[in-house]
Design a protein. Sequence first.
Lengths: 345, 347, 336
Amino acid sequence: MDFGRRVLTVRRRRVAVRLEWRSVIVCAVLALAAAGMAVLALMTGSYQLSPGQVVSALSGGETGLVHDIVVEWRLPRVTAALVFGAALGVSGAVFQSMLRNPLADPGIIGFSEGSFTGALIVVLVVNGTYMQLVGAALVGGMATAVAVYVLAYRRGVQGFRLIVVGIGVSAMLMSLNRWLILQADLEQAIAAAAWNAGSLNGVSWDQVVIGGACVLVLLVLAGMLSRPMRQMELGDDAAASQGVRVSAARLALVVVGVALTATVTAASGPIAFISLVAPQIARRLARTAGITLAPAAVVGALLCLTADYVAQHIAPTPLPVGIITVMLGGGYLGWLLFTEARRRL
Amino acid sequence: MTSLALRQDGPGTVTVPGPRRRLVGLVAALLVLLVVLVLSVMIGSTAISPSVVWDALFHPSPDIDQFAIRDYRVPRTIVGLVVGVALGLSGALIQALTRNPLADAGILGVHAGASFAVTVAVGVLGVSDIRGYMWFAFAGALIVTLMVLALGSTRQGQSPVVMVLAGVCIGAVLGGVREALQLTNPDAFDAMRSWNAGSVVGRPLDLVWPILPFLAVALVLAFAVSGPLNALALGDELAVAQGVRLVPTRVLSVIALTLLAGGATAIAGPIVFVGLMVPHVARWIAGPHQRWIFAHSILLAPSLLLASDILGRVVMRPREIPVGVVTAFVGAPVLIALVRRKTASGL
Amino acid sequence: MNRKKRTPMTMTPLRRRGGALVAVLLSTTLVLSACGGGGEDSGNSAGATRTITADNGTIEIPADPQRVVALGNTSQPFIDIGGKPIGVTELSASELDPIPAEQKATFAAATNLGADTAEVDLEKLAGMKPDLILVQVPDSEFEGIEKELEAIAPTVFWGLDTEWKTFADALAEAGNLTDALSEQKTAFEEKVAKIKETHREVIADTSFVAVDRWDNADPGTFVITDFGCIEIAADDIGLNSPKAAEGDDPLGWTDLPFEQIAQLSKYDAILYPVDAEGQPKKAFAPVVESNTWKALPAVGSGRALGVFCPGNNSYGPVLKYLDSLDSALASLPAKG
């Protein structure tokens, strides 16, 4: 059942060096693309500004509305998209590597529905503030992820079982959420629902700085865990024989992976599918055998920024970025399946 | 994996129930269904005495309480019966066809397809009546199921994981487009929500009758392929060796199950887990013979659906919970229990 | 999850919440920090200013604002008192339908800034150079864009639980349109007095119940409602109709299955929603078509009255409602 892994063991050692090379180049190219996208996003908008004005605003030469638009609106939004996208990409990479399954994703194992349940319960029981809502959403999401993990645990966690348990728990929470919405104060339910769509509109420096700091720390942690992570891809026994403390490492990976997604969720609401898709795109572009963190981070950043740009400027009416990522991600997955199905035939 | 449909209770104990158990089981299932049908007419949001219920059915008069019975409880019971039969049989078929005990029309994208089609019908084409968009739901369900089955098919048969994946991703894309459409057209969203609840309430019976012929055709097809499907459970090679022609069997099964699941979804909206759970119970009672599994599923599924509906009527009185919400809540633990069992973990 | 637009009708008088207070406190600090951030030279610096107090604190606004943007629920009530906003967020067809043609034209002439206030195109809004922004949305939605709006122009925000008369006063004050409003207010007072006088006896000894069915209701359900237009009839005219106990959710939030229609027989008269032509409102039609409804004593004796409620968030629609209520009460047969 672990379908990402077969490919992996076959060609691992033979081509390892060349692959690393390639992944460096791919990362560089993707980073350039993301930078280009960022420039585009800074330069364009419904408010007409000349490139000169934008540059001058960035270097502190403008005041008033022009300054606000470039420095207080566009820049934090672009930064948020890049940082949060990277966080989601790495989060997905950690999960997929750890579970040796291309489908593993905090969203698929019930994180989204669970965090919505948490948000709704706060709305309903303590009639809470926005911050409480966010906190409860995180707790709800993590608790659900843990519950799914535990329920799927039976002498180890197996990918398919995890996914199906995730689907089941998600469906159950979805119906619980619907029931909770029936109970909730209308305005509060709307607040929870609006939060649940995942949007970067009106994101402020406060959110970016706090969220970004958390993401940075977590990314460093993920980087530190990447060696045991790759060894565990070869199997628990193989990793253990190389001195990895498997269960401790796995726990640390779960915590880092969920915390990354949770941070993004707290700042912007759930942005779906980037964590699922980014590691897969990265793996194919970099042609690495396993899941690697750096390319996944860059792909995630680029995807999130592009999706937000599409949501803001290309869609007929401004949409929450979460809707675009769902479509992009789902479309990509479909294409993936289609090509894999063709290869099999 | 091939012998999944045969094994029931862990390794070594391959219990194949005898014909007696199957028959007794069938009679018991029929009795349960009858009891549930009666209860469904008796129990509701308002308390109506059994004598009024009796009169409403057998001595009709234009009394206001009698209308409540004849206009609401009887139709929703009939809708529940029809939808339940369709869901149960489609679940049994899809599980037999894919040899996957976790296959369910809902997981495989039927609901996503149907609700997407309804949104397009309401939001883009301006169809506003359930009579109109029901057919869109039907078509959407059929198309998406076929897409998922096609994506999930290999020469070796259907791959359960790929199929689940295909269902998830098609559902995600359609869901995204649907949400975008609804955001720009809130009125479409309103109309949509009333369909999307997964409910047997407020479906006029004259809406159900046109779907019935499709379901009847599917029923006949299902029983026609039940023999070959038995052989298919042992694996394609063995089935071919027994003279089963694979392609026609698969094609007919797919036609039957999409008609069933699509028809049920068109009438009631998305109702999850009934089609997943019931065939397991049926298999447990009836053993590995598809014909018997089908027969049991046909009787058990409406019982489960109507029992869930009755539960939804009483837990929050006077308000009601749509049956789709209840089945999800009841069904998810069953799904989890199933997937934790040894037999399923062999996948 | 849904991000449904809110009809003012379903939203109006919610209870005050702790959250609102927090939002106000929070917004004050944000206003202060925004001032430091260089927003001071935006807006109408040339003209005279005055201050207004709303849910986001005390705001300095132009004495006679010329370029007003009306977001969320403010657009229709603002247009109703003669305002001509230059930018609005979309209204759904069902919200736009009942408003008069010339108001519709005013709405259509305004620039569309997005389908939803949470996703409002802030840069487009900034590009319009408004001198005043009016907002009525859920508190949480406003929190997300408050700072940005205040950087563009003076922003006046009201929560969804603002009472409609207070809201009209505040909108008129903000938009410098108090003259147009006072005409409407006079008309309202006269109308209320006339109805109370004409139907004194009916009002005194009839038990009414108002029913409705929301556009997004589950099939086979309806509600007994105690907010929206019926609240005006109860509070201003004095109609006797069921109301949720203090501290409970409004009755109109509880979807009742059609079986419960039979329970309406304990009231003398039923008020149900109709459109401008007097036909049952589209969403409500399934109730009227049901046999249970037809079997109700009130329906059989002509004591089920269709009332047209084009909106309950500003005087224009409320006046139309009162006209409709007036003729409905006049058609009520004497109690047998």
